[in-house]
Design a protein around this ligand. Structure first.
Ligand code: LCS
Length: 391
């Protein structure tokens, strides 16, 4: 029987009787594992005997995390990586070869954009960006060489949504895998595999860690594919997670549902305050009742999430002046932490995206992104209010 999500974040992938009864998964802070005999080493390398060899190939603490995330994302197998970008690059490189094409949502995190450009320039793996807002247009954008569809939803930082079920149905007919970066939702709010998608990726640096002290990535998919990634683009390129960071993620994960509920509740209140403010131009929040994509949020997200973006009436300088007046809210990239964070995508997370492409994605110079933290929402609103009063 499958346990509920709130139980699996605490118990999934771990059996204490296998670890001397330790309540908490032990930290195996070791680079390598000794063999009792030379023959045992030979059997392990030949895959004839289960057991650990070397921590780049697998580690017991990391294994618990990988099994737990697979359970939470309702997939067959999970893998952990040294960063979200290590996960993105390992998955994309495992699925593509020279001459292939990638169809990508109209907007992705700046470094994912940079990776797509690198793959195009160095390895002749082309890509296009698509709004993915209707099935007819999407069908036309797929090419015979399309090796995968890559989606962020909500898109960082514009908060635009992609209907995952619609895309997965079209992709399935053509046998094209759909890869979803689920960072903004965490597995608590959205499960792309249940909607027909093939691989889920997380920057675990964000909500999964939840405490702003780890850089890490996770991916979940079919066992056969994840085994192939484990033995190629993870093992041989080597973007592995450290056992200690895996241990911290296991600790952070236990409170994911509790934290997410609070993030979502706070975001709703803060977004509603900004929406009613005379100096605010637009608020991009999937929970907004008037948002034209609200029906997609209702269909695939448990709640609208803890992040939104907004524009002020004015220029880039107005946005920067406003940021400089904030006290409680910190100016920083990253998201999903206990602290409320604000950043200016055009000059920060998406500074690497050329201006024309950035504007096409909907990132103009006045856009600000707020990752609403776990503080009292009244204090977050008060800080925003006093900063708005000063511009
Ligand atoms: N995917 C998404 C949607 C992200 O937002 C990020 C990082 C990554 C992948 C990469 O993960 P990392 O390697 O950093 O663990 N996003 C950041 C952001 O919006 N601000 O700072 C980092």
């Amino acid at each position: 029987m499958r346990n509920k999500f709130e139980t699996e974040v605490i118990h999934g992938g771990y059996e204490s009787s296998n670890f001397n009864g330790s309540l908490v998964p032990p930290l195996f802070q070791t680079s390598t594992f000794t063999f009792q005999t030379a023959e045992q080493g030979e059997r392990r390398f030949a895959g004839e005997e289960d057991g650990f060899i070397y921590s780049r190939l697998g580690n017991p603490t990391v294994r618990v995390l990988e099994e737990r995330i697979a359970t939470l994302e309702k997939g067959e197998a999970g893998l952990a990586f040294g960063s979200g970008m290590a996960a993105v690059s390992a998955i994309l490189l495992a699925l593509t070869k020279s001459g292939d094409h990638i169809l990508c949502s109209q907007g992705v995190y700046g470094c994912t954009f940079g990776l797509l450009q690198l793959m195009k320039d160095k390895y002749n793996i082309d890509h296009n960006f698509s709004n993915m807002d209707c099935s007819e247009a999407l069908e036309k954008e797929l090419k015979p060489e399309t090796a995968l569809i890559y989606i962020e939803t909500p898109i960082n930082p514009t908060m635009q949504l992609v209907d995952l079920q619609m895309v997965a149905e079209i992709a399935k007919k053509r046998g094209i895998p759909v890869i979803v970066d689920n960072t903004f939702c965490s597995p608590y709010l959205q499960n792309p595999i249940e909607l027909g998608c093939d691989v889920v990726i997380h920057s675990a640096t964000k909500y999964i860690c939840g405490h702003g002290d780890v850089i890490a990535g996770l991916a979940v998919g079919k066992k056969e594919f994840m085994d192939r990634v484990a033995m190629t683009t993870l093992k041989d390129i080597g973007g592995i997670i450290s056992p200690f960071d895996a241990w911290l993620l296991l600790r952070g994960l236990k409170t994911l549902p509790v934290r997410m509920d609070r993030h979502c509740e706070n975001a709703k209140k803060v977004a509603s305050f900004l929406k009613g403010h005379e100096k605010v131009e637009t608020v991009f929040y999937p929970g907004d009742e008037t948002d034209k994509q609200k029906h997609i949020a209702d269909k695939q997200m448990k709640k609208p999430g803890g992040i939104f973006s907004f524009t002020l009436k004015g220029s880039k300088e107005t946005a920067q002046k406003f940021m400089n007046q904030l006290n409680l809210i910190k100016i920083a990239v990253s998201l999903g932490d206990a602290e409320t964070l604000i950043q200016h995508p055009a000059t920060m997370t998406h500074a690497v995206v050329p201006k024309e492409a950035r504007l096409k994605m909907g990132i103009d110079d006045s856009l600000l992104r707020l990752s609403v933290g776990l503080e009292a929402w009244e204090d977050i609103v008060d800080d925003l209010k006093q900063a708005l009063d000063k511009i």
